[in-house]
Design a binder for this molecule. Structure first.
Ligand code: SF4
Length: 370
């Protein structure tokens, strides 16, 4: 089994906190789509297993593509891979791209899951983030999708935002829960140096929240969404039972994937490859790939890192079978103190971070790296 990721690195407006690779030169998009078709053909053999389980259009802003362009890329995948087992085809979308016409045309494609970058239901916070939409536009977009019969919707929220009066996080959570979507990704705002928010912070015009406030907001998100019937199944991800993101879950389980587009990463066997992040070079067909060979220790560290960010945790039996008895014993010794403190739990051979403590999962992961 394998997955396919298609990267659309274009944005009409740049969000103040965003450090992803993206460009505003939307005029390059038609050329880029043509190259993506070609790249998919040329790189189809990168993955060993041609049976895809999911396809994901990420960005950037994939909803800048016309639904017909999305369907044409899915058809290209169908001509190269076996997609009969694909259960999930997701596109990330900006709420204000989801007009009635767009949603109606999307119904004619094989896309069956939408991931909406809503981030907040407070218009002051949205403006501060330089988002394109308002809170009510976001709600309308979800209603429109529901009316069109699309019942697999994820929304992104950002917490940990300082500097606004009133309970904007509580309001965002209340309105998010009211939408009754299947999946919610909730991220703590991070301040990246090369962003507008990074600049404001350096100039002293933005004061990040304290570690105590971060923890309290994280726990508030955790408890509110658990009470609303969501499982906290990954550090930043919550889902109604049975609605875990299949594409992302495949990443966290080490499944091979092919990434298409400028800046997209691919992974198979002992190799990770990524296409250089330049939409211009990509459109001109002059892009390059960089790659990294993964040693057994790299692969074990990667397994520890992705697994311990999920409620599944690590499987000691799998570690023994794939990396040897000595590595299993090292990990078993390493987790003892986290088990004693109640931060981790063990069920037979599975050891995992208790979701309430996901906020410190990075510290746990780092302590276990070989
Ligand atoms: S829409 Fe997404 S990728 Fe584009 S700037 Fe905003 S956060 Fe970044």
């Amino acid at each position: 089994m394998a997955t396919l990721y298609l990267h659309i690195p274009f944005c009409k407006r740049i969000c103040s906190y965003c450090d992803f690779y993206k460009v505003g030169a939307i005029e390059l998009l038609p050329k880029v789509i043509g190259v993506m078709h070609r790249e998919m053909e040329e790189r189809a053999n990168y993955i060993e297993d041609k049976h895809l389980t999911s396809i994901y259009f990420g960005g950037g802003t994939p909803s800048l593509l016309k639904p017909q362009e999305i369907e044409a890329l899915i058809s290209r995948a169908e001509s190269l891979f076996d997609i009969s087992g694909v259960q999930e085809i997701t596109i990330e979308a900006n709420p204000d791209d989801l007009t009635d016409e767009y949603v109606a045309a999307l119904r004619d494609t094989r896309v069956n899951r939408l991931s909406l970058g809503i981030q907040s239901f407070d218009d002051r916070v949205l403006k501060f983030m330089n988002r394109r939409h308002t809170a009510s536009e976001a709600e309308l977009a979800v209603e429109r999708l529901h009316r069109a019969g699309i019942d697999n919707i994820s929304i992104d929220l950002i917490f940990g935002v300082a500097g606004f009066e009133g309970d904007h996080l509580g309001e965002s959570l209340r309105r998010a829960v009211a939408l009754d979507v299947e999946h919610i990704s909730a991220y703590h705002l991070t301040i990246e140096e090369r962003t507008r928010l990074g600049l404001l912070t350096r100039k002293g015009e933005y004061q990040p929240i304290s570690d105590e406030e971060s923890e309290s907001e994280f726990l508030r998100v955790h408890h509110t969404l658990l009470d609303a019937g969501y499982d906290h199944y990954e550090v930043s991800n919550f889902a109604k039972p049975g609605r875990y993101a299949k594409h992302n879950s495949a990443y966290w389980q080490g499944v091979e994937y092919l990434g298409i587009g400028a800046g997209a990463h691919s992974f198979s066997r002992d190799n990770r490859t990524w296409c250089t992040s330049s939409a211009k070079e990509y459109a001109e067909g002059t892009f390059r790939y960089e790659e990294e060979h993964l040693t057994p220790d790299d692969k074990l560290n990667e397994y520890i890192m992705v697994s311990l960010r999920t409620s599944r945790g690590v499987d000691l039996q799998h570690i023994e079978e794939s990396f040897g008895r000595r590595r299993r014993e090292e990990i078993e010794r390493g987790v003892e103190r986290w088990l004693d403190s109640g931060i981790m739990q063990r069920k037979e051979d599975k050891v995992f971070v208790v979701s309430e403590h996901f906020l410190i999962s990075d510290a746990v992961i780092e302590s276990l790296f070989v």
